[in-house]
Write a protein of this length. Structure first.
Length: 262
């Protein structure tokens, strides 16, 4: 499928909004802890969430705690670690966890193995592990082989490739499953889903949204099942700010109309 550039008009009162973070709301950085979301975008997300009646969620490979820190003051529904942890609109947490024995063994073995690859590091996410090689891309094949070996030894895990990263996560979880779970709950249920993402990890989300006749938006280059396209993070930011401004103008027009009728 070749995605189209022209995203259809969005009626937030009828839309369930889902946003990836890295590479979508925020630019990619060499280290994940260096990533930030601009202040005006965070405020716009708060405004969009309010206009959507709370039907807006971040869906990311990051843990939910990191999403809260990155997006503050926004704090609402969120799916972290590709859906292995999820906070619903009521604030209840749902988690798919690895056993303590497996998590401890993996942390030890991965740290020991990756120490041989300069510029590469392990990010522990509690319920998953990310092997980053952005500063050591020539080690890509060896990192992938290491990850594949771990999955072979620990069948509870599956691989999730990304941009200069490969993750080991619990089997049976992905962003599509997280979106599907949200769509069965208030305030998302009955709405048209919209999901914006940039990476291989987002394709499961696009497939789920497409199955629900929603709006799937791919950011940046690459083969995708998404139906629409934005060039880069800066274009995502412009689209979000424009959408937020449209909602503000609609609110002002509606308020004025009510006042004139009194």
């Amino acid at each position: 499928m070749t995605p189209r550039d022209s995203i259809p008009p969005i009626v937030l009162a009828e839309t369930a909004c889902f946003f990836d973070v890295d590479g979508t709301l925020a630019g990619i950085e060499t280290r994940p802890e260096w990533v930030t979301i601009p202040g005006d975008i965070k405020q716009a997300l708060c405004d969009l969430s309010a206009a959507a009646g709370g039907a807006l969620a971040l869906v990311s490979g990051r843990p939910v705690a990191e999403l809260d820190s990155l997006s503050a003051p926004l704090r609402g529904p969120a799916a972290g670690v590709h859906g292995a942890e999820r906070r619903d609109a009521r604030g209840a947490f749902h988690r798919v966890a690895l056993s303590g024995t497996i998590a401890t063994a993996l942390a030890r073995e991965l740290k020991q193995a990756i120490a041989a690859f300069d510029g590469c590091h392990v990010e522990e996410k509690g319920v998953a592990f990310a092997l980053h090689y952005r500063q050591g891309e020539h080690y890509r094949d060896r990192i992938l082989a290491l990850a594949q070996d771990m999955v072979t030894r620990y069948p509870e895990l599956v691989l999730q490739p990304g941009k200069c990263v490969v993750e080991l996560k619990p089997a049976g979880v992905d962003k599509g499953a997280a979106i599907a779970a949200f769509m069965q709950e208030p305030p998302f249920v009955g709405r048209t889903p919209l999901f914006i993402g940039d990476d291989l990890t987002d394709e499961a989300g696009f497939k789920q949204v497409n199955a629900l006749q929603g709006i799937s938006i791919k950011v940046g280059p690459g083969t995708t099942v998404a139906r629409y396209h934005l060039d880069d993070v800066s274009q995502v930011h412009r689209w979000i700010l424009t959408l937020a401004k449209q909602q503000e103008n609609h609110f002002i027009k509606t308020k004025n109309s009510v006042g004139e009728g009194l």
